[in-house]
Design a protein around this ligand. Structure first.
Ligand SMILES: Nc1ncnc2c1ncn2[C@@H]1O[C@H](COP(=O)(O)OP(=O)(O)OP(=O)(O)O)[C@@H](O)[C@H]1O
Ligand SMILES: [Mg+2]
Length: 340
C-alpha cells in the first residue's frame, strides 16, 4: 500500500535501456516538506530516476507514487503535482522570458487572472525582472537556469524536482539558487541532483547517494559521515606531559585513542590526532580537561570528513561490494569516467 502521507514513494524501481540497467531496484521515501539531494557519479541513474518520478519516462518495473498518486497510471495528474527542471533545461530560444512563463502557466492551467501576478512574483524571486522582455536565446547560461527554476515553481506544485539546477552557474548565482531552494523549505518537497557537494550539504535535509543504479547510502550528511567513517577525529597541538593525555581524557570518552603523534617541535609542541566513535562534538570538554591538567594547547580542531569524502567512500564501497556488474555491457565495475 502506498504511504499517502509521503510526498514521494519509490518502490523497487527498475529501468533498463535495451541491455543496460540504468536503475536497479531503487526504493526510497521523501516526507512532505523535505529537501533531498541526489548524488552520484556520471551515469549513476540520477536523471533516469528523476524522469521516471516526473512521469516523462516509463519504468521497466516498480512503482512511484507522488502524494499517493501512482505515476504509471496517472501521469497527467502527476504533472500537476510536480515542477520539473530537466537536465540541460531545454527552453524555446525564440520566446521572450515573460511570454514563455505565460505559455507555461497556461499549460499548467493557472487561471488567467492569477497568472500575471504569479509571473511577477516568480520573476522577482528568481531575480529575472530585468530580463523579462529578452529573447531566451540571448540569455546567459545562468539566466537560462533561473528561467528553468522559475518555470518549475510557477504553479506552486507540492513537489519540485530539479536535475542539476546549479550546473554552470557562477558562485554568486549559486548563492541565489541556494537561497531560492531554501525559501521553498517547509512549503514544497524538493529533490535536487548536483555534483556540487558543499551545495547539497548546505541545502538538503537528507542525501541519497546513487551508484550504478542503486542507492548505496542515505541519510543526513552527519549520519552518512558516521555510517561511512564511524570515527570522529581531533587534531591537537600540545606541549607538556603528553603521557598524561589519555588518562586525563578517559572520563570524557573511554574510547578516545591516539592515532598519530609527532615529535616535539622547537617550542615543545607535538601534533596529536585523537579518534573516537562518539559522533557528538567533544572539542569543548577536551580543551577544558587538557588545560586543567596543565597541558599547553596551541590548537584543537575537529576534522570532519567532507561530503565529498563520504561520497567517494560510499561509491567506492558499493563498487567493492557489488559482486557482478549490473549491466552486461560493463565487464568490470566501472569508474565514473567509464560510465558517462
Ligand atoms: N536514452 C538512453 N538510452 C540508453 N541508455 C541510456 C539512456 N539514457 C541513459 N542511459 C544510460 O543509463 C545510465 C544512467 O544514466 P543517467 O543519465 O540516468 O545518469 P546520471 O546519474 O544522470 O548521470 P550524469 O551525472 O552524467 O547526469 C547510463 O549508463 C546511461 O548511459
Ligand atoms: Mg544526469
Amino acid at each position: 500500500m502506498p504511504d499517502a502521507t509521503a510526498a514521494i514513494e519509490v518502490s523497487h524501481l527498475v529501468k533498463t535501456y535495451g541491455g543496460v540497467t540504468a536503475v536497479s531496484d531503487i526504493s526510497f521515501t521523501v516526507a512532505q516538506g523535505e529537501i533531498v539531494g541526489f548524488l552520484g557519479p556520471n551515469g549513476a541513474g540520477k536523471s533516469t530516476t528523476m524522469r521516471i518520478l516526473t512521469g516523462y519516462l516509463p519504468a521497466t518495473s516498480g512503482s512511484v507514487h507522488i502524494c499517493g498518486v501512482p505515476v504509471a497510471t496517472q501521469p497527467d495528474e502527476i504533472k500537476r503535482r510536480i515542477g520539473y527542471m530537466p537536465e540541460n533545461n531545454p527552453l524555446p530560444d525564440d520566446m521572450r522570458v515573460s511570454e514563455y512563463m505565460y505559455f507555461r502557466g497556461r499549460l499548467k492551467e493557472i487561471p488567467r487572472r492569477k497568472l500575471g501576478p504569479r509571473i511577477d512574483e516568480v520573476l522577482e524571486v528568481c531575480d529575472l525582472k530585468r530580463v523579462r522582455h529578452k529573447i531566451i536565446a540571448q540569455l546567459s547560461k545562468g539566466y537560462r537556469q533561473r528561467v528553468g527554476i522559475a518555470e518549475a515553481i510557477l504553479a506552486e506544485p507540492p513537489v519540485i524536482i530539479m536535475d542539476e539546477p546549479t550546473i554552470g552557474l557562477d558562485p554568486h548565482q549559486i548563492l541565489i539558487v541556494r537561497d531560492l531552494i531554501a525559501s521553498l523549505r517547509g512549503r514544497m518537497t524538493v529533490i535536487i541532483s548536483s555534483h556540487i557537494l558543499p551545495e547539497i550539504e548546505m541545502t538538503c535535509d537528507r542525501v541519497l547517494i546513487i551508484n550504478q543504479g542503486r542507492v548505496v547510502a542515505q541519510g543526513t550528511p552527519a549520519e552518512l559521515r558516521q555510517e561511512i567513517f564511524g570515527l570522529s577525529t581531533y587534531k591537537l597541538e600540545l606541549a607538556g606531559n603528553v603521557e598524561a593525555l589519555l588518562p586525563a581524557v578517559m572520563d570524557i570518552d573511554a574510547g578516545l585513542q591516539i592515532s598519530e603523534q609527532s615529535e616535539p617541535d622547537a617550542g615543545g609542541f607535538r601534533q596529536i590526532t585523537l579518534t573516537t566513535h562518539r559522533p557528538d562534538d567533544l572539542g569543548e570538554p577536551l580543551l577544558r580537561t587538557l588545560l586543567a591538567k596543565e597541558l599547553r594547547v596551541r590548537a584543537l580542531t575537529r576534522k570532519q570528513p567532507t561530503l565529498e569524502d563520504v561520497f567517494l567512500a560510499a561509491t567506492r564501497r558499493s563498487w567493492d561490494t557489488v559482486a557482478a556488474p549490473i549491466a552486461p555491457t560493463r565487464s568490470k565495475p566501472g569508474s565514473p569516467e567509464s560510465q558517462s
